[in-house]
Design a protein around this ligand. Sequence first.
Ligand SMILES: NC(=O)c1ccc[n+]([C@@H]2O[C@H](COP(=O)([O-])OP(=O)(O)OC[C@H]3O[C@@H](n4cnc5c(N)ncnc54)[C@H](O)[C@@H]3O)[C@@H](O)[C@H]2O)c1
Length: 315
Amino acid sequence: MEKISILGSGTMGHSIALSAAWAGQTVKVYGINEQDLETANNGLANKLGVMVDNDLFDEADAKRIKDSIHFSTSLEETVEGATFIIEVIPEVLELKKEMYAKLEKLVSEDVVIASNTSGFMPSLLSEDMIHPNRFVVTHFWNPGHLIPLVEVVKGSKTDEKTVQRAMQVIADMNKKPILLQKELPGFIGNRLQYALFREAQALLDSGAASKEDIDAAVTYSIGRRLPVTGPLMTADMGGLDVFSAISNYLFEDLATDQRSGKILSELAADGNLGDKSGKGFYDWEPAVSRKLNAERERTLIHFLKNDLQALGEGE
Ligand SMILES: NC(=O)c1ccc[n+]([C@@H]2O[C@H](COP(=O)([O-])OP(=O)(O)OC[C@H]3O[C@@H](n4cnc5c(N)ncnc54)[C@H](O)[C@@H]3O)[C@@H](O)[C@H]2O)c1
């Protein structure tokens, strides 16, 4: 089994570490300073508490998981002995490239360097590397410990062995890896998510419906089916003659905007950033935020339990 080191202990870093440790692995995690690591430790304790409360595992398991995650502010110490490194530092191209340059001096060329970038192309990220053949994108979704999908994306110089090792590491974490056959911005998941988000913004900007009704049109209809059938399987089940006929008259009317919509642009420019600032499309009073976040977490855990049951039945 690979020896995993995670660089970055923020939102994604410590939750990816939690996934690996939950699957029985020992993980090392790098954070930039003690305060950064304290935040990660608190985040980890909080997530473990919610998972115990929702019967994903018991207190003893939570302790074992916590004990198998080793935090450090030393990059050298974190990557020593690693065979598979996952970079989870901020989405700043130069910062990531600088990190790979440092890593290539610290670890041998058979160590895989993977990035959790949200959208940079692997060929761009690895363009200055000495050994770009060992570079790959592994895109985990937030919250990293509850969402199964990980998109694996190879660059033009990534070798097949690196891809296979990445797919195995993800599978060993009990995640669902998908492999992109070619690199493209936004990979697969974000392209689909943002196609829906663009149309939702256009509907809101045009006054076609309220924000509540636009959201309800998703959560009470396609949202109910999506956990079971993706868009292509949904079309198969609805009848391809029907879906093709509708595509033929509807596509030309769908939003094609190249930038954020008017309402979103204004909200963001005014510092109304959603949950984290207390106001976005909706108002986020602390009590509302707590309730909705807990509800979303419970639902994600419910799905995860189904996945784990299916995994157990498949063994
Ligand atoms: N947050 C999300 O929803 C999400 C989802 C998928 C992918 N991602 C991607 O994951 C990566 C990390 O995102 P995040 O949300 O965890 O960020 P974050 O800001 O929460 O955490 C980043 C971590 O990187 C480290 N760091 C900070 N500055 C650094 C520096 N100058 N040099 C080295 N390390 C530094 C710190 O440990 C910090 O906690 C980004 O590439 C992001 O695009 C984020």
